[in-house]
Design a protein around this ligand. Structure first.
Ligand code: 13P
Ligand code: SF4
Length: 310
């Protein structure tokens, strides 16, 4: 890229020229969030992807999110700035192994967390996100047998909230399993009025400490409406940008990891840069392409989710 180019200006120009919409997840770098037409959690982003009238969806997020957008708007061009922006949680559940797992429970309904491949969604009955997982399980009859995957931490959380006995796939997110309960307790002692808020992808012993548990949008809303001045935040650090923007007078502290080498950044989310965003809009690639049959089969469980959460 020509170093004299003003990338922000160029991206805005390309957006108009191509009738494109930029959808960004809260875990993106601040400069990408500030350029986006819509910033949201996984549910909000999929709702936007389903209803946009743009010709091109530029997804500033990770691969499974862009795939979900393509499944919901198959006639649109969906671009992802870096195809290598994957997800450790999605990787923890290869579809061929999940298909075998599913065979062991033929009378169970399959609910999959949206953080998984399109092939996995195609093997599911209903998709969910962190903001509607509890609601979706509760919408089913009490005696409904359920398999839940790939996130065991979200699955455990849903089990506790609903009192249902779900069969869980043993997957997890690399970013949400790094937090230290001891260090969080020490931080709370240092900031006595602080609230501790956590994403349900965190482990059980971390969630047990939380004043609020929810999706990225849920956590952001909580910090806007709540009266505390300081928040210790157990999720990816990108969300702190919107928290700080929405409540400039409040203090937000990323929850400390148990290992000094670990950090709260998702290496996949952070692969996207302004330069890659510009290049993908200029050259219309990398583009998300999915087999027609996968789109058709994955559409039903996602649409079922959108109907329940409407
Ligand atoms: P939400 O934004 O839906 O809470 O998802 C968090 C996440 O891990 C996305 O990868
Ligand atoms: Fe996947 Fe975790 Fe990164 Fe979200 S934060 S994209 S779940 S690895």
């Amino acid at each position: 890229v020509d170093p004299s180019l003003d990338l922000i200006e160029e991206i805005q120009r390309l957006k108009k020229e191509k009738n494109a919409v930029i959808l960004a997840h809260y875990y993106q770098d601040a400069e990408i969030q500030d350029l986006a037409d819509y910033i949201g959690d996984s549910l909000g982003l999929s709702q936007q992807a389903a209803k946009t009238d743009a010709d091109v969806i530029v997804f500033a997020g990770v691969h499974f999110m862009a795939e979900t957008a393509k499944i919901l708007s198959p006639s649109k061009k969906v671009l992802l700035p870096d195809l290598k922006a994957g997800c450790s949680l999605s990787d923890s559940c290869p579809p061929h192994l999940f298909a075998k797992f599913k065979e062991q429970y033929p009378d169970h309904l399959v609910i999959t967390y949206v953080n998984c491949t399109a092939e996995l969604k195609a093997l599911s009955d209903i998709v969910c996100t962190s903001s509607n997982a509890v609601q979706i399980v509760e919408s089913l009859p009490a005696d409904q047998k359920i398999i839940f995957g790939p996130d065991r931490n979200l699955g455990d959380y849903v089990k506790k909230k609903t009192g249902r006995d779900l069969i869980l796939w043993n997957g997890a997110c690399m970013v949400h399993e790094i937090f230290s309960r001891e260090k969080i307790e020490n931080l709370r002692a240092e900031y006595p009025g602080a609230k501790f808020i956590a994403h349900p992808e965190c482990e059980d012993h971390i969630l047990a400490e939380a004043d609020y548990i929810g999706s990225t949008s849920g956590m952001l809303k909580y910090t806007i409406e709540d009266e505390a001045n300081t928040y210790i935040v157990a999720t990816e650090s990108g969300i702190l940008h919107q928290m700080q923007k929405s409540s400039p007078h409040k203090t937000f502290i990323p929850a400390p990891p148990n290992n000094a080498c670990a950090c709260n950044d998702c290496p996949h989310m952070k692969l996207n840069t302004l330069e890659k965003l510009y290049n993908c809009m200029k050259y219309d690639q990398p583009e998300i392409i999915l087999p027609e049959d996968v789109i058709v089969r994955a559409q039903k469980p996602i649409e079922r989710m959108l109907e329940i959460s409407a």
